[in-house]
Design a protein around this ligand. Structure first.
Ligand SMILES: O=C(CO)[C@H](O)[C@H](O)COP(=O)(O)O
Length: 223
C-alpha cells in the first residue's frame, strides 16, 4: 500500500479554511490531520468541536483527529459524533489506555496512540495488537513549524520491527517537521503515514507539494 499524506490544518489559513479544505480535497492527500490542543497537555490551544464540525462539512476525505488533551476519554464519543474517523490519544495522557482504545473502537473510529519524543516504543507492546495506528511525534507537541528530531527514525524502525511480529497491518504515522527532504528516509525506516503542516502550507504550490510527497521515489533517495 502506498503511504498516506495527511496535511495538518493547524497550518491552514483559518480565515480561508474552506478554501484550504478544498485544496486538500482536490489534491493527492489521503486524510485531513486535525490537531486538538487544550493548553494543559501542551502549551498551546488550537480548536475543538465547532471547527471539527465545520471541517467535516466540506472534507471529502477521512478526518485523522489527534487529541493533545488530558482526560481524552471524556470526549471520545463527542469527537466521533462530530466526524472523527481516526482518533489518536496520547500514551502520556491515558491512565487506562486499553479502556480508552476500546471506547474509540466502540464509537466506530480507528484507534491510534501517539508517543511524545521521550516515550519509548516498547511501552506499547502489550496493546499493539489492539491498535490501528501509532503516531510517532517527531517534535515536542504543541506547535507547527518545528525541527524534526532525528532520533525519531530509530523509534520508527524499532516500532516497525515490533509491529511485524505483533500487528503487521499497523500504520505508523509521523508528525512534526516532516517534509519532502525526510519523507524517503522515514519510509525506509518503516513509517507509512505522514502529517505535514508547514511543509505543505508554506509551499508556493501546495497541491504540487502534496503530490511530490505522495509520489516520492524512495529508491532514488539517500538516507
Ligand atoms: O501535532 C502537531 C503539533 O503538535 C502538528 O500536526 C505538527 O507539528 C505538524 O506541523 P509541522 O509539519 O509544521 O511540523
Amino acid at each position: 500500500m502506498k503511504h498516506i499524506i495527511a496535511p495538518s490544518i493547524l497550518s491552514a489559513d483559518f480565515a480561508n479554511l474552506q478554501r484550504d479544505i478544498e485544496m486538500i480535497n482536490n489534491s493527492d492527500a489521503d486524510w485531513f490531520h486535525v490537531d486538538v490542543m487544550d493548553g494543559v497537555f501542551v502549551p498551546n490551544i488550537s480548536f475543538g468541536f465547532p471547527v471539527l464540525k465545520a471541517v467535516k462539512k466540506y472534507a471529502k476525505k477521512p478526518l485523522d483527529v489527534h487529541l493533545m488533551i488530558v482526560n481524552p476519554e471524556k470526549y471520545i464519543q463527542e469527537f466521533a459524533n462530530e466526524g472523527a474517523d481516526i482518533i489518536t490519544v496520547h500514551y502520556e495522557a491515558c491512565l487506562h489506555l486499553h479502556r480508552t482504545i476500546q471506547m474509540i473502537k466502540a464509537a466506530g473510529c480507528k484507534a491510534s496512540v501517539a508517543l511524545n519524543p521521550h516515550t519509548a516504543v516498547g511501552l506499547l507492546k502489550d496493546i499493539l495488537a489492539d491498535l490501528d495506528m501509532v503516531l510517532i511525534m517527531s517534535v515536542n507537541p504543541g506547535f507547527g513549524g518545528q525541527q524534526f528530531i532525528p532520533q525519531s527514525l530509530n523509534k520508527i524502525a524499532e516500532l516497525r520491527k515490533m509491529a511485524n511480529e505483533i500487528n503487521p497491518n499497523l500504520i505508523i504515522e509521523v508528525d512534526g517537521g516532516v517534509s519532502i527532504s525526510n519523507t524517503a528516509s522515514l519510509i525506509k525506516a518503516g513509517a507509512n503515514a505522514f502529517v505535514a503542516g508547514n511543509a505543505i502550507f508554506s509551499a508556493s504550490n501546495q497541491t504540487q507539494m502534496i503530490a511530490d510527497m505522495k509520489n516520492i521515489d524512495v529508491s532514488l533517495q539517500e538516507i
